[in-house]
Every structure is written in structure tokens, then in C-alpha cells.
Design a protein around this ligand. Structure first.
Ligand code: B12
Ligand code: SF4
Length: 493
């Protein structure tokens, strides 16, 4: 889980096959403190989103190096290799790019890191895609065919998102992920936190939404019981989320999504989410210190109100995966223990931790740089598991040790048990899921390598769906029983 497959420079490759494009998601080392399972939960939409715009006479193949099936194919050699680049796996992306170029393919690099550091990427590519691949990919392939490939292509995110085609999920290996239904309904976010990638220079991503019916159709058509919304914040516009829930509700499926805690301002929205199949939310609490949140310009309710808001989600059977950033300027050495205690007290079923990471070209990076606190520019360590800047109130080693400690504590038997849901019927599935996700790192590479991820996980997902459908019926019946005379309640679940 930590070493990429070798690329032998002397290896012979096949002849170049015209109009054959290979799309690669490069390997990245997995953090052993966190769950290896998270990497096969659901695939990124980076490649499938623009693969949908490939002209019919092109053959297209998808290769995710993180599925541990060895090095990407080269017999025959693709005419075009498209690689998505994030900072943590930029080095591997360049290795792949250099290898494929040396063997006759044309390499196109795209993704977030290409947008933030184009000059660093340029020497490794025939062409760079800066911005939205959905608009650029057909142009790039047309230019390849005309032998007129440009060094750079640029597209903004200001187009009408509703016009985008559905991602081409048929190219994904279905057995390799818990679900291949990664869905996206919105682009952008109403917030602009200084540490978030959305604040990267040159990335203008106005808030846009897709047609709820189209999103529901994609969910239905992909035939899986569970979907993960990969939106930055599915709750940015509440009227839209209400409409999306109405479209998802008749499917009788389950899903999870990232939202900000202020969605709980409107408990009727939480109820609608539950009725539409939401079983879990990923919430960026970021910090339990109001000062840290103010520094990062996150518009969020007071931290003293977080516990009440978590209860609203739990009351509707929605599990909470809390995301916490460690190492902010108001964090002292007690931040680890305090955060762990709060998570256990409020029974967050799952938690994810990140060491504060100043991504290049963001306001946070500029601030740290101006203060002389950036320790190095080895992007492979900008993976939120390493301290890459000098923290204010602790040493860099203390921050990394605290990060390891808090994961260890939250993945312990005692902590898993302390955080079990209050609804008794939900406990057995919670325990099974927690052990598979949090305590099986020694088995994950076997499940991944032998295509067993979906077969092993799927029964638990089906049971969760089945339990949730019954829970929804009960919710509606309770409302019917409590309704005022003459009030009409929809019984459809
Ligand atoms: C799904 C996801 C994951 C999945 C899968 C990751 C994977 N690489 O396989 C999992 C859960 C495993 C994961 C893990 C991590 N992730 Co992640 N993840 C996401 C998420 C939620 C969605 C990605 C996605 O599908 N976006 C939608 C697609 C359509 O957008 P896109 O990738 O930008 O692609 C478009 C363009 O960039 C372009 N494009 C992209 N590639 C290419 C290639 C070519 C050839 C072309 C032409 C165009 C093109 O076209 C696309 C359509 O417009 C994003 C947040 C987000 N909403 O984007 C975070 C995000 C990418 N993750 C992030 C991070 C930090 C991580 C972790 C390091 C966190 C951690 N500590 O565990 C790990 C490690 C993984 C890693 N090293 O990349 C950060 C990256 C920050 C940065 N500046 O690079 C993000 C932005 C989250 C955030 N808010 O900070 N992640
Ligand atoms: S709320 Fe989340 S997605 Fe939105 S800007 Fe802040 S960190 Fe980024």
C-alpha cells in the first residue's frame, strides 16, 4: 500500500494504436494511521467525467494504480495517455508521463495540481489541461487527430453545469469499489475557507447545480444500492438540497454526502435527507476552537452549538463522520485529547483527521510563506498526514505524534464501542462496518488485489439499505400518527 509498481525503462511496449486513449489515476502511498478502506470506497470522478465526452471512434480504457493490479497497460501503446495529477501523487504522475512519452504516447496532464503548478508539470507533458476537462477533452482529441496538439488548453468553470453529460461509469471496474456510484450534483461552495483547495489562485468555481432528476437517473442507472456524493458541500443551497431529496426519495436507495454543519439550521431538511436515503454525512467541523475557525474565514455556527446539531442528525438516524484539522494557530498540545473526548462524548460514528496543510497557491500557503513557516516543498508529504509547516504552539514532531495518537485512540475497541449509535437496532451493523473499515488494514491489500472489495462489503450495504427503508417507513408513520386533523402527509418512501 506504500510502493508504486516499478516502471522498467528498458521494457518494450507495443506499437502505438491510433485513437486509443488510456486514462490513469496514479498510485499514492496510503497512510497506515487511517483506514485503507477509504481509498476503495468510491472512485474519483476526475477521469470518468470527461471520458464521457470521448468521440465514439476512440477506444478508451481506465486504469487506477491504487487497485493494485500492477503497472498500467502498454500493449498496445495508447496514442494518448491522460493522467490526473494531485499534489500528493505528482511525482508518480511525472514518472508515468515520462515513461509513456519515451515509448511514443502523447501525454496530457490535468487536475488540480496542474492548475496550481503548471510550470512544474509542463516539462513532463505534451499538453496541459488547465480547468474543466469536460470542455477540453474533445478539443484535445480533435487536435491529436489533426496533429495539432497545443501545449496548453484552458477552460473555466463558468459554463452551464446542467449541460454536462453523465460521467462514463461503465469504464470502471465494479468489483473494486464499495460502490462505483460516485455522484456529483453541485460545483463550488458558499464558503471560501483559506485552507481549502477552492481558494487556489486561478480556480474560479462559481456555485452551479445539476438537474436533480438527472442525478437521480444516474443513481438508478448505475444499479448499485449505495451512492457517495463527492460534492464539496451538498448543503450549500438548502432549496436545492430539498429538491434533490425529493428526486432521490422514490429510489429506495441509500447515500452519504459532505455537508457543512449549518444544514441543521433547518431540521425539516434533515428529515427530508433521511427520507431520501441519507445514512451518513461527512462534516468538516475542522476545529473545536472558534478562534481557529474565524482565522480560516469559515462561516459556521459557534462550536458550543455543535453537539446539539449533531444530535439533530442522529435523531434522524444519520451517522456523522467528522473531519478535523489539527495544527491551527490556536491549537496547543491538549488539542488531541480534547478533540477525541468531544468525538466520543457526542458519539460520532466515524472521524477523519488531517494535519493542517497549506496547499500551494492558497491564501494559507501565502500566509505561512510570508511568516517563514513553510518547511519544504516536497509535495508528496503534503498529504495531511505530515507537518509541512512550523506549528505555533508545538513542535512539528509533537503535531505528527498527536495525529498518530488520535487515530489510534479513535480506532481502538473501546472508542468504537463508546461511539455506538443510541438506536439499539443500528448497533450490529455499526460494529461490523467499523471493524471492517477501521481495524482491517492488514487485510485490505488482499481484498483490493483480488477484486473482493465489493463482494465483501456489499452484504453489509444491502443490510443497511434494508434497515433504512424500514426506518423511513416508521418515520412517515410516526408523522401520520402525530398529524393535525386535515393535514396531508406523503406516505411514499
Ligand atoms: C473522491 C475524492 C477522494 C477519493 C479518491 C481519490 C483518488 N485520487 O482516487 C479518496 C477518498 C480516496 C480521497 C483521498 C484523499 N484525498 Co481526496 N478528494 C476526493 C474529492 C471529494 C472528489 C474528487 C473528484 O472526483 N472531483 C470531481 C472531479 C470531476 O473534479 P477534478 O478532480 O478537479 O477533475 C476535473 C478537472 O480537474 C479536470 N481533470 C482532472 N484530471 C484530468 C486529467 C486530464 C487528462 C484532463 C484532460 C482533465 C482532468 O477535469 C475534471 C472535470 O472538470 C475531492 C474534492 C472535490 N470535490 O473535488 C477531494 C480532494 C481531491 N482530496 C484531497 C485530499 C487532500 C485527499 C487526501 C490526501 C486526504 C487524506 N489525508 O486522506 C487523500 C489521499 C488521496 C490522494 N493522494 O489523492 C484534496 C486535494 C487537495 C489538493 N490541493 O490537491 C481534495 C481537493 C479535497 C479538499 N477539499 O481538500 N479523495
Ligand atoms: S466549507 Fe468545506 S468545501 Fe466549502 S470552502 Fe470550506 S473547506 Fe472548502
Amino acid at each position: 500500500m506504500t510502493t508504486a509498481p516499478a516502471l522498467d525503462p528498458s521494457e518494450t511496449s507495443g506499437a502505438v494504436e491510433p485513437c486509443y486513449a488510456l486514462l490513469i489515476n496514479p498510485f499514492y502511498p496510503k497512510d497506515a494511521h487511517a483506514s485503507f478502506g477509504k481509498h476503495v470506497l468510491t472512485p474519483t470522478l476526475a477521469l470518468t467525467s470527461f471520458a464521457a465526452t470521448t468521440p465514439a471512434h476512440w477506444r478508451i480504457e481506465y486504469w487506477d494504480e491504487n487497485l493494485l493490479h500492477g503497472r498500467p497497460p502498454c500493449q498496445p501503446m495508447p496514442e494518448v495517455v491522460g493522467i490526473t495529477v494531485h499534489l500528493t501523487f505528482a511525482r508518480r504522475a511525472y514518472e508515468l508521463a515520462d515513461w509513456y512519452r519515451a515509448h511514443g504516447a502523447k501525454v496530457v496532464l490535468g487536475g488540480l495540481h496542474v492548475l496550481s503548478c503548471p510550470d512544474e508539470c509542463a516539462p513532463h507533458a505534451n499538453s496541459l489541461a488547465l480547468g474543466d476537462g469536460v470542455q477540453l477533452w474533445p478539443r484535445i482529441l480533435r487536435d491529436v487527430e489533426a496533429n495539432a496538439l497545443q501545449p496548453r488548453y484552458l477552460a473555466t468553470y463558468e459554463n452551464d453545469y446542467r449541460e454536462d453529460p453523465s460521467p462514463r461509469r461503465s469504464i470502471l471496474p465494479r468489483k473494486s469499489f464499495l460502490t462505483t456510484t460516485s455522484l456529483i450534483a453541485t460545483r463550488g461552495c458558499h464558503n471560501r475557507c483559506g485552507f481549502c483547495y477552492l481558494a487556489t489562485d486561478g480556480l474560479r468555481m462559481p456555485y452551479r447545480v445539476r438537474d436533480p432528476q438527472q442525478v437521480a437517473r444516474e443513481f438508478e442507472e448505475n444499479g448499485q444500492p449505495y451512492a457517495v456524493f463527492i460534492d464539496n458541500n451538498l448543503g450549500s443551497r438548502r432549496d436545492y438540497l430539498h429538491a434533490l431529496c425529493a428526486a432521490l426519495r422514490p429510489l429506495n436507495k441509500i447515500w452519504s454526502a459532505a455537508v457543512t454543519i449549518d444544514v441543521t439550521d433547518d431540521p425539516s431538511l434533515i428529515r427530508n435527507m433521511a427520507l431520501a436515503g441519507c445514512t451518513g454525512v461527512f462534516i468538516g467541523f475542522e476545529s473545536l476552537s472558534d478562534d481557529n475557525l474565524a482565522d480560516s474565514h469559515k462561516k459556521t455556527p459557534k462550536t458550543s452549538d455543535y453537539a446539539r446539531r449533531v444530535r439533530i442528525l442522529h435523531d434522524y438516524g444519520i451517522q456523522v463522520n467528522g473531519s478535523f484539522v489539527l495544527g491551527f494557530d490556536h491549537d496547543r498540545k491538549d488539542v488531541f485529547a480534547r478533540t477525541a473526548e468531544w468525538i466520543e462524548e457526542n458519539r460520532l460514528e466515524c472521524a477523519t483527521f488531517h494535519i493542517l496543510t497549506p496547499y500551494p497557491a492558497t491564501p494559507l500557503f501565502r500566509q505561512m510563506e510570508a511568516e517563514g513557516r513553510i518547511l519544504h516543498r516536497d509535495w508528496s508529504l503534503y498529504d495531511t498526514g505530515h507537518a509541512v509547516f512550523q506549528p505555533k504552539h508545538m513542535s512539528r514532531e509533537e503535531l505528527e505524534q498527536g495525529y498518530a495518537w488520535i487515530y489510534h485512540r479513535l480506532f481502538s475497541h473501546a472508542s468504537i464501542w463508546r461511539r455506538r449509535p443510541e438506536q439499539l437496532q443500528a448497533v450490529p451493523l455499526y460494529v461490523a462496518m467499523s471493524y471492517l473499515y477501521k481495524r482491517s488494514n492488514r487485510f485490505w491489500h488482499l481484498l483490493i488485489k483480488h477484486d473482493l472489495v465489493n463482494p465483501v462489503w456489499r452484504p453489509l450495504v444491502e443490510m443497511t439499505r434494508w434497515r433504512h427503508v424500514r426506518y423511513r417507513r416508521r418515520l412517515v408513520q410516526e408523522q401520520i400518527a402525530a398529524r393535525a386533523p386535515g393535514q396531508v402527509v406523503s406516505a411514499g418512501v
